[in-house]
Design a protein around this ligand. Structure first.
Ligand SMILES: Nc1ncnc2c1ncn2[C@@H]1O[C@H](COP(=O)(O)OP(=O)(O)OP(=O)(O)O)[C@@H](O)[C@H]1O
Ligand SMILES: [Mg+2]
Length: 225
């Protein structure tokens, strides 16, 4: 991969924790993730998949190694800088959509737009467009509590995409959905690569992972070949 085609580059990244007991969660691993592509992270429960996703999303600083994202050094950012980095660059989709139930769909999407200089009308417009992109324009004003599981995940995708992030990280995004609904959600998620984002998807589902351009398999905190 040429350097300009690389979005995220982890070199000898590792994670050990010292409390409550010393545990090595990730052994040193080196991984390059391209731009506008997809990467599946697979492996058994407890292998370190969510941990790797958390490092890629700058939610968890590694205890060793280097992490560069779009050329910038991420591993040494302060908590505040990491939060700013995430707000600008990363969209997250988790197993549960984590919506605020008493807010409308579009107001849930608006949570991702943190730029205080954006005008309210512009925020609402962008949120409605992001919902239209996932086929939910008709329910933009509906309270999140009333949405189905598949609709909630689509709102979560709209929320992840509304800021045009360079990377979308999805951890078991279809874990709570039936197969048909899950496939619709996967099609939308993989669609982000056509809009300039890189998708990193963690999944137990072989079908979900099979759609990815490449995959990395973790076992006991190491990349397994
Ligand atoms: N802060 C922490 N302190 C100690 N151990 C941790 C910590 N975070 C994660 N672990 C452990 O690291 C291992 C990897 O956890 P992780 O959540 O990354 O696994 P996973 O591959 O996502 O598993 P699953 O498929 O069940 O979601 C697990 O054994 C977990 O208990
Ligand atoms: Mg996990």
């Amino acid at each position: 991969m040429s350097q300009s085609a690389v979005l995220a580059e982890l070199v000898d990244v590792e994670l050990e924790v010292h409390r409550p007991v010393y545990t090595r969660i990730l052994h040193p691993l080196t991984l390059r993730v391209g731009r506008s592509t997809s990467l599946a992270v697979v492996g058994p429960s407890g292998a370190g998949k969510t941990t790797l996703a958390a490092i890629l999303g700058a939610l968890q600083p590694p205890s060793g190694g280097t992490y560069h994202f779009a050329g910038a050094n991420i591993a040494d950012l302060s908590r505040k800088e990491s939060a700013r980095f995430r707000n600008l660059n990363i969209g997250f989709v988790f197993q549960n959509a984590n919506l605020i139930d008493e807010r409308s769909a579009w107001r849930n999407v608006a949570i991702a737009l943190t730029d205080p200089t954006l005008e309210r009308r512009a925020v609402e417009q962008r949120c409605r467009e992001a919902l239209a992109d996932v086929g939910l324009q008709a329910i933009a004003d509906r309270e999140a509590a009333l949405l189905s599981g598949g609709e909630r995940q689509r709102v979560a995708i709209a929320r992840a995409m509304v800021k045009n992030p360079l990377m979308v990280i999805a951890d078991e995004p279809t874990g709570a959905l039936d197969q048909t609904t899950g496939r619709d959600v996967l099609a939308l998620l993989y669609g982000v690569t056509a809009r300039g984002a890189t998708l990193v998807i963690v999944s137990h589902d072989p079908y979900a992972a099979s759609l990815a351009a490449s995959s990395v398999s973790l076992v006991d905190g190491r990349i397994a070949e």
